[in-house]
Design a protein around this ligand. Structure first.
Ligand code: GAF
Length: 396
């Protein structure tokens, strides 16, 4: 039994005075490539981290939902399942409460529960701690109430909870990664039709390592910039007369951009953030990069994805404008120290970067990044290897 699993079982007993009916886990993720494409019907390629959120839970017959987290102050949050209403911005418990709401809204017979959480997924690090919390809750309730839902359905309900209950207009990538990733693989997801493919990603066998550099700059998806990028992309699709930016072929990007230049209505309503043409260029080139990365992985050429990762960072920094000084420094200092490729990962404006390195060079690169942060006066980053790990599962 892992330390987190044991802590969750013991925490449940300490808080609720009995043993839990079961224990479940869901992981955080890093996204290898395909950033901000998931709300444009595009392609993504995340992998699950070994870091998990564990839920110890029991059903309750009285419609009361009690939530407690070993990592949060404030004691037990107690709610009635009948009274749950969308409550944008109301703290960590809104994520699991949103799951109960979404399941019930879908007409599923879910009642109360006692849940205690323990987590090793860093929060605010762009590693999807919220999706881990949502998906582990959905999986626990699925089992406790015998709902029989499959993983993709749980992921869609978790996204619905985050969109409609918590009020964050995220795409489907993080919830699908938490629910459907498998050990030793990256998950290729087409966010239009939700078809998936497990892509073998055995870094160790190739003498490679993927490092996560958590800049410790906290990012929040609910702060408006994410919604602004999403609205800009949707405006771009409307201006181009397509259902989503996914429908702009890479080969026709120049024509699409030229069309946008003649469309005054295609600029952001608020006048802030990047021009719509820059958002469009990022999405179209990023979808193409995902396909290029997949082609190289299918050909067994993992090292060859390095330059594509780095190109993805430049696009997020220059076109999508969601990087920050710390993420750029993590990428630049890792490349200068010999990394094969590096990019920010996740929503942006802080959070984490990932670095592809020869295993023999990984320690040196990590040290170089840490030194560069110190020299720039930034707080020390947290650096750890990303081993492609399992998705959500029942532990006991
Ligand atoms: C966040 C969102 F939750 C995802 O849906 C995705 O858009 C990602 O940012 C950017 O690729 O993690």
């Amino acid at each position: 039994m892992s330390t987190t699993q044991a802590a969750a079982a013991e925490g449940f007993r300490a808080v609720y005075g009995a043993a839990p009916e079961g224990l479940w886990a869901a992981p955080g993720r890093v996204n290898l490539i395909g950033e901000h494409t998931d709300y444009n019907d595009g392609f993504v390629l995340p992998l699950a981290l070994p870091h998990t959120t564990v839920a110890a839970a029991s059903a309750r017959p009285d419609g009361v939902l009690r939530l407690h987290s070993g990592g949060a102050d404030g004691g037990i949050v107690e709610l009635r399942t009948d009274d749950l209403r969308p409550a944008p911005g109301s703290g960590w418990a809104a994520y699991p409460a949103g799951i109960v709401w979404a399941l019930r809204e879908a007409g599923l017979p879910v009642g109360g529960a006692d849940v205690h959480y323990e987590s090793t997924v860093p929060t605010g690090a762009g590693l999807s701690s919220s999706a881990a919390l949502e998906v582990v809750t959905a999986l626990a309730l699925n089992d406790l109430y015998g709902l029989g839902l499959d993983r993709p359905r749980l992921a869609r309900l978790a996204q619905r909870a985050e969109n409609a209950f918590v009020g964050v207009p995220c795409g489907i990538m993080d919830q699908t990664a938490a629910a459907c990733c498998t050990e030793g693989h990256a998950l290729f997801l087409n966010t239009r039709d939700l078809t998936r493919r497990q892509v073998p990603f055995d870094l160790a066998a190739e003498g490679l390592q993927l490092l996560v550099v958590d800049t410790c700059v906290q990012h929040e998806l609910g702060d408006g910039a994410y919604a602004q990028r999403r609205a800009g992309c949707e405006g771009g699709a409307r201006a181009l007369g397509v259902r989503a930016l996914r429908d702009v072929p890479y080969a026709h990007l120049s024509e699409a951009l030229a069309r946008l230049d003649g469309e005054p209505g295609a600029e952001p309503a608020s006048g802030t953030g990047p021009a719509v043409r820059d958002l469009v260029r990022h999405i179209v080139t990023e979808n193409h990069r995902v396909e290029e990365v997949i082609a190289r992985l299918d050909a067994g050429e993992i090292r060859a994805i390095g330059p594509l990762l780095t190109a993805g960072h430049a696009s997020l920094r220059d076109d999508f404008a969601i990087s920050c000084a710390e993420l750029d420094l993590a990428v630049d200092s890792a490349l200068a120290a010999g990394a094969l490729g590096a990019r920010m990962t996740g929503g942006g404006f802080g959070g984490s970067a990932l670095v592809l390195a020869e295993r023999s060079a990984a320690e040196h690169i990590g040290t170089a990044v840490t030194k560069a942060f110190a020299a720039a006066g930034h707080i020390a980053p947290r650096i750890f290897p990303a081993v492609p790990s399992a998705g959500a599962r029942r532990l006991a």
